[in-house]
Design a protein around this ligand. Sequence first.
Ligand code: AMP
Ligand code: TRP
Length: 323
Amino acid sequence: MTRLSGITPSGHAHVGNYLGAIRRWAREGAQGDLYFVSDLHAMTTAYHPQRLRARARELLATLIASGIEPNQVFVQSDLIREIGALTWLLECTCAYGEAARMTQFKEKSGTDGKIAARVGLLTYPVLMAADILLQGADEVPVGDDQEQHVELARALARRFNSTHGEVFTVPRAVTPRAAARVRDLADPTRKMDKSATDAAGVIFVLDEPDMVRRKIKRAVTDGLERLEYRPDDQPGLANLLEILAACLGKSPREVADGYPSYDSLKDAVAEALIEELRPIRTGTLSLLADIDHLDKIRAEGAIRARERGQHRLESALRLAGVG
Ligand code: AMP
Ligand code: TRP
């Protein structure tokens, strides 16, 4: 059984990425699982090449510093030839309407009327299917926003298999039990997001302790005086309780009892988060300080992932009548 998931370096990793995805991967991952930096996915909207390269490297270091085994990680673009080839086969398996009805495409392609949406934004779920199918993943842990894309990967795997012959494992999305979404501290109606234009409500994994304290202090807490866990009425407070609970390994309701005031709660959240992030931050920075070592892990990961996918790609090309 192989689990595979990816994270896109469209910005610096934040606490939502860490608690909602990376930490789970590190804790729940088994031998043979794969977690990768999906840098090709960061190119679907305007981006800065040098920044992309730096962020991909930083995110790879964060995955390793978070406890994911170095032999379970790779960077997507190191397999661009294999993934690019498979993407084409799958694009020729995917109907235009199937891609165009993806919620994320509809949302993102409509956001800026002045800049035309790139074709890559339309076909990106097919690229994601190629990531998954190349490695023969059985399970794909993702947030609920990505479930639809994994459904597409399932549909494409089945269609390719029945049209050309059995080659792909049909993957399954696994969404976290507690579908907790860490929210933006400054605007708890939004989820914490790497590409938020205002970072006041986003705590990054690499933020220094004082920065974490400042951001938590300024977090919106809804102004009600009761310190209770009520996500619908008090989303800002609920968010803080969820973050604290995730750091302490308790439930949000349990932690709500312990604090007489917002100030004391905020202090506790800040200190718990700083301790939770400390090893990740220092581990990431020390990996980044030894680029040769990091590049070696990266190169070995690329070889492993490439070898793993090679036979599937070759079979798929042969069955499709090319190559
Ligand atoms: P993204 O930042 O959208 O590329 O997501 C990378 C991973 O982090 C996915 O598995 C998401 O489900 C997870 N993730 C992103 N934002 C949050 C958030 N605010 N709370 C919890 N998980 C998140
Ligand atoms: N698109 C995913 C995201 O934005 C990241 C991703 C890329 C991914 N390829 C993947 C996740 C393959 C799971 C499997 O969050």
